[in-house]
Design a protein around this ligand. Structure first.
Ligand SMILES: Cc1cc2nc3c(=O)[nH]c(=O)nc-3n(C[C@H](O)[C@H](O)[C@H](O)COP(=O)(O)O)c2cc1C
Length: 214
């Protein structure tokens, strides 16, 4: 039996991304977000123009998308209700947000230099994607929301996540993303069923292997 409801949010579960950007003074900002999806070598990010992250991204034209694993949930939650925007925007003030200039320190995370962009990577995150801004699209007007298209220019992966014997393939069985499901943190429960898509996009050796089996 389905019911018609009017939920305030439609956050059905997406991976958490920690976006690092550079502030005007050269220091780093770090913000958790989860309205992110991927296509080819690009990513679309949904955020508010009022966030320091969006202001930094538009000015600097670049960022790092750091993907925390599920075990980093404590560090991520320390960044909730913080902003690098000073003064804190009125709507955020009403929700209990406060200004924090040292988000890395607050979360106990370590900045490490990136290769191609000025913003630092988060050393503890197993996936770090350097990215450059492609386009800012207005979203859900009238509102301050924007969807931001970025192109991933360099992929850094903790080698522990690689498929055995493969240089360029991430093993989904080894990657444990942190998921924001509505406003709560979740992990993935594990593989449910063999995928018919996996052999098509997997490493050539496995594709041949799977074809040989078919
Ligand atoms: C797990 C998590 C996910 C979030 N996802 C989003 C999001 O997708 N879009 C967004 O605008 N804000 C999101 N937020 C809120 C931002 O982190 C918040 O606006 C923050 O103040 C941005 O920081 P900044 O102003 O320093 O950029 C999320 C917060 C948390 C803790």
């Amino acid at each position: 039996m389905h019911k018609v409801i009017e939920p305030k949010i439609l956050y059905f579960g997406t991976p958490v991304v920690l976006i690092s950007t550079l502030n005007e003074d050269g220091s780093a900002n770090l913000a958790p977000m989860s309205s992110a999806w991927w296509l080819n070598q690009s990513c679309m990010l949904g955020m508010s123009r009022k966030s320091k992250t969006v202001q930094n991204l538009i000015r600097e034209q670049e960022c790092v998308l750091n993907l925390p694993s599920a075990d980093l949930v404590g560090a991520v939650d320390k960044l909730a209700l913080l902003t690098g925007a000073n003064p804190v925007p009125e709507t955020k003030m009403q929700r209990g947000y406060s200004y924090e200039s040292d988000k890395f320190g607050t979360a106990g995370l370590t900045p490490e230099p990136s290769d191609l962009v000025k913003a630092p990577r988060v050393a503890e995150c197993p996936v770090q994607l350097e990215a450059s801004l492609i386009k800012v699209h207005d979203f859900g007007e009238p509102s301050s929301l924007v969807s931001i298209e970025v192109a991933v220019t360099r992929v850094h992966i903790d080698e522990k996540l690689l498929m055995t014997g493969e240089k360029n393939y991430i093993d989904p069985e080894k990657w444990s993303p942190l998921i924001m499901n509505f406003c709560e943190y979740f992990g993935l429960s594990g593989k449910l069923h063999p995928s018919r898509l996996a052999p098509v996009f997997g490493p050539p050796s496995r594709e041949e292997g799977s074809r040989a089996l078919s």
